[in-house]
Design a protein around this ligand. Structure first.
Ligand code: GRF
Length: 188
């Protein structure tokens, strides 16, 4: 199964996919796309010999133009599934309607959607949070849920410490979901 992975940051979820693929998982990261220059995610991809493309919103006249360009760049790599793994941009219909896109989110949706899922869960005082893998639709973190993992909040957690533990669960979840998808198993 061919994956195009979209990243904005450190790309540790991407790294988990690259590692799993190298270890024989039934998927291949055929390209990585970023919305900004200089991401560690892009560096990880290049280190693994995976082509990288960058589409920066400020380089385009409109958000729709950016979406169309992103869709073209993704399509060049003929993905079976696009993985949004820490991609900090809301995708428009030009992209959403063109591909099957999985997103990973660091909270138990439908609680705490948006860019600050970890911070918002902590501020709310929940004792359990986690991560969610879901199909992307036109909304923000609203699409059909594929899998979730629970993570307990510890009394002395900071946003950073909690996010690190969530990301451990998130990476395992993503690899398992994509493996199941590639093997055409029913995973829920
Ligand atoms: C993940 O927790 C993802 O859910 C969130 O940003 C983080 C990305 O981590 N949106 P990384 O770039 O894969 O390390």
């Amino acid at each position: 199964m061919r994956l195009v992975v979209l990243v904005s940051g450190s790309g540790s979820n991407l790294q988990a996919l690259l590692d799993a693929s190298a270890a024989g998982a039934p998927f291949t990261v055929v390209a990585v796309g970023a919305d900004r220059d200089g991401t560690l995610g892009a560096e990880r991809a290049r280190g693994a010999g995976v082509p990288v493309f960058v589409a920066r919103v400020p380089d385009f006249d409109s958000r729709a133009d950016w979406n169309r360009s992103l869709a073209r760049l993704v399509a060049e790599h003929r993905p079976d599934v696009v993985v949004s793994a820490g991609f900090m941009k809301v995708l428009g219909p030009e992209v959403v309607d063109a591909f099957r896109i999985l997103n990973t989110h660091p909270a138990l949706l439908p609680s705490f959607p948006g860019a600050h899922g970890v911070r918002d869960a902590l501020a709310h005082g929940v004792t359990v949070t986690g991560c969610t893998c879901h199909w992307v639709d036109a909304g923000v973190d609203t699409g059909p849920i594929v899998d979730q993992r629970a993570v307990r909040v510890l009394a002395d957690d900071t946003e950073a410490s909690l996010h690190e533990r969530i990301k451990v669960a998130e990476r395992a979840m993503l690899v398992e979901v994509l493996t199941a998808l590639a093997e055409d198993r029913s995973w829920r």
